[in-house]
Design a protein. Structure first.
Length: 265
């Protein structure tokens, strides 16, 4: 009897589970198991799997069309732009990096929507750095469209971010994005075209000063904000709408069904 095996992974670029998944898929292929593996977009992982004879498909995420759900944002007062950052307040999300960067910026206030074990520590840090009046900790929010409608830009300072849905949500809402080059945002953003990427702190050219410089650059250039927002919105419409992603999944299901039907039982 011929077995037909479908495996899936939505993991980060690095990690023990992810490394074992690739090793297991290759071993099963060598043992004669016919597989098809859907993964998040990762050219390096796809190449390694294909070199071992494993068939690979990319399956993206989608987010709601947030721009259609909100009223247009009002023009920001001169010298008082609003940045928003989203996520669980833990070490992976890079909020300490963001607060350090904020000390070297002007004309920008920050809303942080999320909660987690580092909240009290981050609030104390904002006080210690003298930026508490410019930072609001909002907790978890269920009004994301309205929140993004108030903002002028989104900042994603994550140190570890395998997917980067917040980038797609910002694009959907028509917001320009500044992000650290963790795996997810780096795979999504074309630097200088659909957002601004900043190296991670451990990389050359990264750290709080580099993030501050990128934020200042975006806050000081209205034309750049508009250009990045429009390009991000086009990227969302091309790849990450519900219709686009559902169509991608349905094509994948059709390929699987047709190949399974052709195999002997």
């Amino acid at each position: 009897m011929t077995r037909r095996l479908l495996q899936a992974i939505a993991g980060a670029r690095y990690g023990g589970a992810e490394t074992f998944f690739v090793r297991l898929a290759a071993a099963l292929q060598r043992a004669g198991e016919n597989q098809r593996v859907p993964i998040r977009r990762d050219p390096c992982r796809a190449r390694r799997l294909r070199e071992d004879g494993v068939a690979v498909d990319f399956l993206p995420n989608f987010v709601p069309d947030l721009r259609s759900a909100v009223t247009p944002r009002a023009a920001a007062p001169a010298g008082n732009l609003l940045a928003v950052a989203l996520g669980r307040l833990d070490g992976n999300k890079g909020f300490e990096l963001l607060l350090e960067a904020l000390t070297a910026t002007r004309r920008v206030e920050l809303w942080i929507a999320g909660d987690g074990p580092l909240r009290a520590r981050l609030e104390r840090m904002a006080l210690r750095l003298g930026i508490a009046r410019r930072v609001a900790f909002l907790g978890w929010r269920d009004d994301l469209p309205a929140l993004l409608a108030r903002a002028d830009l989104l900042i994603c300072p994550s140190l570890h971010e395998p997917l980067g849905n917040v980038v797609i949500e910002a694009w959907s809402a028509g917001l320009p994005v500044v992000a650290t080059a963790s795996d997810g945002p780096a795979a999504l953003i074309r630097d200088g075209e659909t957002g601004i990427l900043v190296p991670l702190p451990q990389q050359r050219g990264g750290g709080p000063a580099a993030l501050a410089l990128a934020i200042e650059r975006l806050c000081g250039d209205a034309a750049l904000r508009l250009r990045l927002a429009e390009a991000g919105r086009l990227a969302f419409e091309a790849e990450f709408t519900e219709n686009a992603v559902v169509a991608h999944y349905r094509r994948f299901f059709a390929r699987i069904a047709s190949r399974c039907a052709a195999l002997p039982v």
